[in-house]
Design a protein around this ligand. Sequence first.
Ligand SMILES: *Cc1c(COP(=O)(O)O)cnc(C)c1O
Length: 359
Amino acid sequence: MRAWLEINLSNFRWNIKSLQEKIGNKKLIGVVKANAYGMGAVRLTRELKKCGVDFFVVATVEEGIELRNEGIDDNILILGGVFNEDLKLVEEYNLQIALNSLEQLKYINNQMLNIKCHLKIETGMGRVGFNDLDIKLLKKYIEKNKVKNIVGVYSHLSVSDEECDESYSYTENQVKKFNDFEGIDTIKYRHLLNSGGILNYCGEDNGNYVRAGIIQYGICGEKYIDGFKPVVKFKSKILFIKVLAEDSDISYGRTAHLKKGDMVATISAGYADGFRRSISNKGFIKINGVKCFVTGRVCMDMFMVKIPEVLKNKIEVGNEVTLYDDNIIEVAKLSDTITYEIFTGIGKRVKRIYIEEKL
Ligand SMILES: *Cc1c(COP(=O)(O)O)cnc(C)c1O
């Protein structure tokens, strides 16, 4: 293997149990969109089921179908938005959708499609969904046409993980708007809270479900959460080692210059694997627990690190190296992004390996 993700299932389940304790009498919706943030949607959905979770969120129709084809027969809600042309498939696979417009509800009814919908209400995210006027028109339509397929209502918080007074009052206003929604009596599922919401606002809302994404991996608001455990390690191997015979430039663009006698190791992963190019000349990996800094630009399939004095004579080709583990937040900051993008950017050719921690 040249590059792989090690996903610790016992830590994952630990986090899910901790979440379930935290949310009390609400229930968990497992957000497994984008291949469960890159960790493998099918496998992690099964782990969630072991913890009693029976409701899942994906972003696309294809993601929903993938779970159905693997025999997952629980509620699956597509939150990414679905175009009318794909609604036949949604019905065929018994998936549920986010409803963002009255036009789509009319289409569903006119085509006599049997699709359960979760009404998305706009409370401040500014992305998709019904505003106050749209809701009035919707209610009229529902009454007139005896619409029965709206089973849920939800909204989405935009600054739930930001710790400042302005974000608190903004979010509290969003929560209030959500709580004030009423008047469609076919609604069974009410869900507002994402990871930040679960951590900071749980109980202020009147939802009976929450949508847990990144918090499943022990991270929220670009911080590690107390009491949760890390789930993911990104690993690779040393492909090549050299001691420079003369002063040398390293990698594309000649952005790094090392001296005669410096030791350089080439690692068998690159930006196509999700080891971000923006980390060039900034980030580090760990070899035997020792930090080794990336030298020169990260290439598509490889990158170089300078080997510190303490590791010389202690490494050889084929040795395992750790690209990220409990430093993923630092890595995200160095690459000018967030952990979500690091996770979901892990390449397709990186093997996902599932481990159970021995107790
Ligand atoms: C992705 C997503 C979530 C999960 O967000 P986290 O911050 O990872 O918890 C919840 N709700 C919606 C609508 C989303 O798009």
